[in-house]
Design a protein around this ligand. Structure first.
Ligand SMILES: [Fe+2]
Ligand SMILES: [Fe+2]
Length: 247
């Protein structure tokens, strides 16, 4: 692949930027503008664009699903679970997943554009919207079932089944969004519109959650994982398979 020729100001953007900065400095009295310009350039290159933003939000939600799967497994074996931590996972799903990620981003911006473009991705968006509504019913249930200090034995099986259903649905839901819907959405946008929407998403996140909603959500799900004994990633490494498949 052809890249910029290092040092050639016509083709190397880094050199063009350096020369532009050097020109400003040479004008005198503007030397302070160089670090500022460099900082602005640096910030731009580390900006999170819309699809990366949506996908890393899926990462937080999938970590909540790992907690749901763990809770379902323990409940299915009639083991007590830290109900208060499950409640916090469901609250995070409600606020960060349903109110922000689903309602304010996907249903407001992504799905309408993909549905307008038509075809298979449009049909998929209608199913995904139905799954958002089902997920909210499930979150209502999980919030109610985990409201006390413990889950009663009579409710364990039902709650386990509800959590398993949510895990199965939402794992596929996010995978289809990542691989089909978000690429289809990006194809509907000009680079300028995509850049503007990326900034809009960031501004909305700050408005809804303060300085950095994503960092806050990561920290919250981290404390829930600790309560469920899931904080040590190494413990999730699979056991080695047997030497040869059993016949
Ligand atoms: Fe979704
Ligand atoms: Fe999503």
């Amino acid at each position: 692949m052809e890249g910029p020729e290092p040092g050639n100001e016509a083709t190397d953007p880094r050199r063009r930027r350096w020369l532009a900065g050097a020109g400003l400095a040479a004008l005198g009295g503007l030397t302070a503008a160089l670090p500022l310009a460099a900082r602005a350039e640096e910030e731009k290159s580390t900006d999170v664009l819309a699809v990366e933003d949506l996908m890393r939000e899926h990462g937080v939600l999938r970590r909540a699903l790992l907690v749901y799967a763990q809770a379902a497994d323990q409940l299915g074996r009639r083991q007590a679970i830290p109900a208060e931590a499950l409640h916090r996972a469901a609250e995070l799903f409600r606020r960060f997943g349903e109110d922000y990620h689903e309602r304010s981003l996907e249903e407001e911006h992504v799905f309408p554009a993909v549905i307008d473009a038509g075809g298979e991705p449009a049909a998929i968006c209608r199913i995904l919207a139905t799954q958002h509504r089902r997920g909210r019913q499930i979150t209502d249930y999980v919030l109610a079932a985990s409201a006390g200090t413990a889950v009663g034995r009579s409710r364990m099986d039902t709650l386990a089944g509800v959590l398993e259903g949510m895990v199965r649905m939402y794992q596929h839901h996010t995978a289809i969004e990542d691989t089909v819907v978000f690429p289809a959405w990006k194809r509907t946008l000009t680079p300028a519109r995509y850049s503007a929407l990326s900034e809009q998403f960031e501004a909305l996140e700050k408005r809804m959650f303060g300085h950095d909603g994503f960092e806050d959500a990561v920290q919250r799900i981290g404390t829930v994982e600790q309560a469920f004994g899931l904080a040590d990633l190494a413990t999730l490494t699979a056991a080695p398979p047997p030497a040869s498949p059993a016949r």
